[in-house]
Design a protein around this ligand. Structure first.
Ligand code: ADP
Ligand code: MG
Length: 209
């Protein structure tokens, strides 16, 4: 993940969490102070690693431990032989419903887009819908209806905006078509119930050009 990717996807109207790169702990402290604690620290790398599993993502970092967490992430990245260009300081997004939007190449169908429930648990939950790109808004709306657990999007008095998800899927479709992207994951996209400040926030992106 790189910050260029974040600004590229924002250009398509996709909402990403506020993020800046720090090269050392003091810079991270300055950025975090400006953003407001708590923050999230994660490794800035172009390698397709599972950052959480390697201890390279730390949420809820505060003023008291930011220096220590910064150094710990660097040590772990070196230990795991992960190439990195610094540490990303991110605003801590509020908890919500984690979903995934992905794009990949299929030998038979070409570019395909997926929407699924589960964020990091997508592989376990296995509840997703696929379409061949380019998609229309009707396709995107049908993808939501196809999910086994589609009721999650309106259960327990929390209603997530289907229109916002459809718009997000169309924006991703537009982006990959125009930028010639082969593979991309927005994982997770954190959804918020209607009435919240925003419909969703993307906190992690992986792109293969
Ligand atoms: P990876 O997928 O490489 O393990 P992520 O950046 O997706 O790393 O982070 C893993 C998890 O940490 C996310 O699924 C999310 O639950 C949480 N997380 C990451 N960044 C943030 C953030 N800025 N605000 C809140 N939670 C976050
Ligand atoms: Mg992720």
């Amino acid at each position: 993940m790189s910050l260029e990717v974040f600004s590229l996807i924002s250009k398509y109207g996709i909402r990403v969490v506020q993020s800046e790169v720090a090269r050392d702990a003091d810079e991270a402290k300055r950025i975090a102070k400006r953003m407001g604690y708590p923050v999230v620290l994660k490794i800035l790398t172009d390698q397709p690693v599972h950052k959480t599993e390697l201890g390279l993502v730390r949420v809820g970092v505060n003023e008291g431990n930011i220096g220590e967490v910064f150094n710990d992430i660097i040590d772990r990245a070196k230990g795991a032989k992960v190439r990195f260009d610094g540490i990303i300081v991110q605003q801590m997004a509020a908890p919500g419903l984690e979903v995934i939007v992905g794009v990949k190449q299929d030998a038979q169908f070409g570019t395909i887009i997926m929407f699924g429930i589960g964020g990091i648990y997508t592989e376990i939950v296995k509840d997703f819908a696929l379409r061949v790109c380019p998609i229309t808004s009707t396709d995107a709306a049908e993808m939501l209806e196809e999910l086994r657990s589609k009721e999650i999007l309106s259960a327990r008095g929390r209603r997530y905006s289907k229109d916002a998800i459809v718009k997000l899927l169309l924006a991703v479709n537009d982006l990959v078509m125009k930028e010639g992207i082969k593979e991309m994951d927005l994982n997770p996209v954190i959804l918020y119930p209607q009435g919240a400040k925003q419909d969703y926030l993307v906190v992690d992106v992986r792109v293969v050009k």
